[in-house]
Design a protein around this ligand. Structure first.
Ligand code: SF4
Length: 61
């Protein structure tokens, strides 16, 4: 699984709350720390994408 955060991100921090192993809040948007995503974190990344209010998390399986 590959993941990236697009420019729709509003830097709300929800993704970092759900999966801090992968997402880190930067100055203006969330950053992806690790992609491809380790297999044991994929479910949390999917959850973060579902919860993102801006639909800014793009997953490629
Ligand atoms: S949940 Fe979405 S809008 Fe919020 S910081 Fe993460 S990517 Fe950005």
């Amino acid at each position: 699984m590959e993941v990236k955060v697009n420019d729709e991100c509003s830097a709300c921090g929800i993704c970092e709350d759900i999966c801090p192993e992968v997402f880190e809040l930067g100055d203006e948007k969330a950053e992806v720390k690790v992609s491809p995503v380790p297999a044991d974190l994929e479910d949390k990344v999917r959850e973060a994408a579902e919860e993102c209010p801006s639909e800014a998390i793009e997953i490629t399986e």
